[in-house]
Design a binder for this molecule. Structure first.
Ligand code: NAD
Ligand code: MG
Length: 413
């Protein structure tokens, strides 16, 4: 469990706790939340606990000792994260660290050929081609946990029904690689996938006029109408950058071009996404907005298990609404589309600029509309290179952060 103390981490542990005979926690990691990690250690008894700093590791070790749990090994820092996610004893890794910090440990799990449950979308956004190549090379099983991508994965035709596609007949030209990755083919021969419909709640400010957005506070931005999530992804949902990151994520996971992915605002968050077929069929995956559904799907795949989620009451839902996204009030979606179209290191720069902007907004240093403004100015000052190595990607990530910080010093956003 990478990021065990977060929102996804806690939901995952809730599912795992229902099946003590099926799952055993090897390692739990957290950056700062040492009390929460201690609690998880005492309840789930992992073999290893990883925390951010040496001081916190000392604290955790001594608390575990006094609680009679000194069989749990405590380590700290970045290399410890990579060690636990590639350890021999591990078969499944929940990648639920937030942001770019998740890249190296998630890639380590991929390279070690694990079943990787991908919540940390930022790692795929940053390193798309490299990440997917590593999945293909290592034979890792990559299962999307982001609810939209999990929904699409469930709505795509399965390999066992369709058989192997013939090369040259796919819409995207990469169907074979995708089949290796997830046993589902986008647009592969005879399967007729024509588009992916990525649903978005629209966030808490969906109906707010542009003028009012300048007054948005961090607390308002973090109060999502349908989902309870960590603060960074909550702000991303409010700016629609989350949907932008998810557009990029979908392109990599399902070998789609940005044009094959349509964003549909659906305020009830009951349809988690859809797949359109050439015969006019549209297949949707529905359920209550509860991350335990995609998490349980990933844990049990190809089986299904009870996730503890309330059954969907369609009479209570009563209606499903759909509207087009507004890229004028929410420019982050446009910026993300431009980044994936530009390719190379552009999505990594976008992600880095967004992380700086969201942190600045949460600290009260910039306004809500300033998030998009800062990202746009940062991106126009960065260069886009071919993302052919991790070094190049990390270098452009650092460069975008440096530029964004410098812009923050220069003027207000
Ligand atoms: P969160 O802020 O609640 O938790 C983040 C976790 O990562 C915590 O355990 C924290 O200790 C750890 N962490 C933070 N910084 C770290 C660092 N520098 N090094 C190592 N560990 C670090 O976040 P969350 O809402 O659980 O989201 C986690 C990931 O899942 C994000 O990438 C998010 O986009 C994705 N996701 C979340 C949801 C959701 O409903 N929360 C849905 C879809 C996707
Ligand atoms: Mg999502």
């Amino acid at each position: 469990m990478l990021g065990a103390t977060g929102s996804i981490g806690r939901s995952t542990l809730d599912v795992v706790a229902r099946y003590p005979d099926s799952y055993r926690l090897h390692a739990a990691t957290a950056q700062h939340s040492k009390e929460a990690l201690l609690e998880i250690c005492l309840r789930f008894r992992p073999r290893v606990a990883v925390i951010g700093t040496m001081e916190d590791a000392d604290w955790l070790r001594s608390r575990l000792r006094s609680a009679g749990a000194d069989d749990i090994e405590v380590t700290y820092g970045k290399s410890a994260l990579q060690e636990v996610s590639s350890a021999d004893a591990v078969d499944t890794v929940m990648a639920a660290i937030v942001g770019a910090a998740g890249l190296m440990p998630t890639l380590a799990a991929v390279e070690a050929g694990k079943r990787v449950l991908l919540a940390n979308k930022e790692s795929l956004v940053m390193s798309g081609a490299l990440f997917m190549d590593a999945v293909a090379r290592s034979g890792a099983t990559l299962l999307p946990i982001d609810s939209e991508h999990n929904a699409i994965y469930q709505c795509l035709p399965s390999q066992s029904v369709a058989g192997r596609p013939e090369t040259g007949q796919s819409v995207t030209g990469h169907a074979e690689r995708h089949l290796q990755v997830g046993q589902r083919g986008f647009g592969s021969a005879g399967q007729g996938v024509s588009r992916l419909l990525l649903t978005a709640s629209g966030g808490p400010f969906r109906e707010w006029p542009q003028e009012r957005l300048a007054s948005v506070t961090p607390e308002q931005a973090c109060a999502h109408p349908n989902w309870s999530m960590g603060r960074k992804i909550s702000v991303d949902s409010a700016t629609l950058m989350n949907k932008g990151l998810e557009l990029i994520e979908a392109c990599w996971l399902f070998d789609a071009s940005p044009r094959q992915v349509e964003i549909v605002v659906h305020p009830q968050s009951i349809i988690h996404s859809m797949v359109g077929y050439s015969d006019g069929s549209v297949i949707a995956q529905m359920g209550n907005p509860d991350m335990r559904t995609p998490i349980a799907y990933g844990l049990a795949w190809p089986d299904r298990i009870d996730a503890g989620v309330e059954p969907l009451d369609l009479f209570a839902v009563a209606r499903l609404d759909f509207e087009a996204p507004d890229e004028v009030r929410f420019p982050c979606l446009r910026l993300a589309r431009e980044a994936i179209e530009a390719g190379g290191t552009a999505p990594a720069s976008l992600n880095a600029a967004n992380e700086v902007a969201v942190a600045a907004f949460l600290e009260g240093r910039i306004s809500f509309p300033g998030i998009g403004g800062l990202i746009e100015e940062t991106l126009s000052a960065t260069r886009t290179r071919a993302a052919d190595s991790l070094d190049v990607i990390l270098c452009e990530d650092a460069e975008a952060r440096r530029i964004a910080e410098a812009l923050l010093q220069q003027r207000s956003f």
